[in-house]
Ligand binder design. Structure first.
Ligand SMILES: [Zn+2]
Length: 193
């Protein structure tokens, strides 16, 4: 399954951000609650279908405008809970209720290869329920696994599923190296002065 997606930074360079979780990748198809329309990726039902097909393969149906607005409701619920988790605060109970009711819908069932009947293709509704269930799994692991990038001027939220729980950056290439170069420069400056 595809994970992460491409972002464009302030100087126009493309970089890949893998949030570490399907539900957070989905949340980052929007502005993550920062009221910035430039971050929107799902402009039309076609954009939603394309995003889902990239992750689940061909779907039985295509998204319509109703599916798009429901997807955006799910996305804002996930965003609100992710932000609360990253900031170490309790998410609003109404948001938790909304996520739980999303996760109660049938998701994409797991399948084993090698049978005689081709597994049914996923539907848009099942794909969205799968994202909701991923969010339940991820958020149930506690706030310490949902953090913000350690770079002062970044703040992107990721899920750290690694055993040592030691991820620090949204991306090593984007913030990790930048911060290391900055620290090195400051240190060199201190030595020289
Ligand atoms: Zn970062």
């Amino acid at each position: 399954m595809v994970s992460g997606q491409w972002f464009v930074d302030s100087i126009g360079a493309r970089w890949h951000f893998d949030s570490g979780a399907l539900c957070l990748d989905f949340a980052y198809t929007g502005d993550f609650g920062y009221d910035n329309p430039a971050w929107e990726r799902l402009h039309s039902p076609t954009d939603l279908s394309a995003w889902l097909v990239e992750r689940y393969g061909p779907l039985q149906d295509t998204a319509d405008s109703d599916a798009l607005s429901r997807a955006k409701e799910l996305r804002s619920t996930i965003t609100a809970i992710a932000r609360a988790r990253a900031d170490d605060t309790a998410p609003a109970p109404s948001q938790v209720d909304a996520l739980n009711s999303w996760a109660a819908h049938p998701d994409i069932p797991p399948t084993l290869a090698g049978g005689t009947v081709a597994p049914a293709q996923a539907t848009v509704a099942r794909a969205l329920a799968t994202i909701a269930r991923d969010a339940v799994d991820v958020f149930a692991q506690g706030p310490s696994r949902i953090r913000r990038c350690a770079s002062d001027d970044c703040g992107l939220v990721f899920f750290d599923g690694s055993r040592p729980n030691s991820r620090r950056w949204c991306s090593m290439q984007h913030c990790g190296n930048r911060t290391k170069v900055r620290t090195h420069r400051n240190r060199t400056k201190e030595i020289r002065s």
